[in-house]
Structures are given as structure tokens and as C-alpha cells.
Design a protein. Structure first.
Length: 123
């Protein structure tokens, strides 16, 4: 299923600060911690806790967030369906990167082991 230009534009305009509280709620509801959430974000983007806070405070869009990120070279190992889209079939890099983050957070919330989430073992 291909994304539409309108969908891609919506993803680009989302602010990380607007979505971040939902990430916290999702993982904490399932007994995971903010520290684990940050570990996942750091693995994917290269951002440390201070940078994550700065980007939240600046209310950057996902477009800016991922432009500033250094995407983990193993991110291509993130596969599956999220939000109705097969990640590996998403052609727009920004939308694919946003879905990578969504997928990692879903895996964290579902109780998957951190080694598997961070692709330290082949899935």
C-alpha cells in the first residue's frame, strides 16, 4: 500500500512534541519506562536525552526531527505493518522513518525484549 502525497505531508507537519506524550502514555500503560522509550528513540535517531528535550521544547516538525537525525544503519531491519502500511514498502523516506519510530514504540509497548527492538539479534 503506497502512501499518498497528502498523507506524507501530514506526517511531515506533525510536531514531535505533539506526538511524544502519546508515546509516553502508550509505553507506560504497558509497564515500560520513559528511559526505555528514550533508548529506542536514541537508537533510531542518534539523539541523546538533552537533544530529545530540546526538540520537544522547540516543537519541531517530524520533517525537521528526521532531517536532524542520524538514522541507525540497521533501521532497514524494521519490518512489518504499522498504521495500515507495510514499512518496507513506504517509498517516502520521511514517512518510512516516522513509521520506523512508530513500530519500535509499538514493539516496546508490546513487551518485546530490548535486544530485539534494537535489532541486536536478527528478527
Amino acid at each position: 500500500m503506497a502512501t499518498t502525497p497528502e498523507h506524507d505531508a501530514r506526517v511531515a507537519k506533525l510536531t514531535f512534541a505533539g506526538v511524544y506524550p502519546h508515546y509516553i502514555t502508550k509505553v507506560e500503560k504497558k509497564g515500560r519506562t520513559i528511559a526505555e522509550l528514550h533508548e529506542v528513540i536514541t537508537w533510531l535517531t542518534g539523539f541523546d536525552d538533552a537533544k530529545i528535550k530540546e526538540l520537544i521544547d522547540k516543537k519541531v516538525t517530524f520533517e525537521t526531527f528526521f532531517k536532524l537525525a542520524t538514522i541507525n544503519p540497521n533501521a532497514h531491519l524494521i519490518k512489518g505493518v504499522i498504521c495500515g502500511y507495510r514499512i518496507e514498502d513506504i517509498e517516502t523516506p520521511l514517512t518510512r522513518q516516522a513509521r520506523y519510530l512508530d513500530k519500535l514504540i509499538d514493539e516496546l509497548a508490546k513487551g518485546r525484549k530490548m535486544e530485539k527492538i534494537l535489532r541486536k539479534e536478527q528478527l
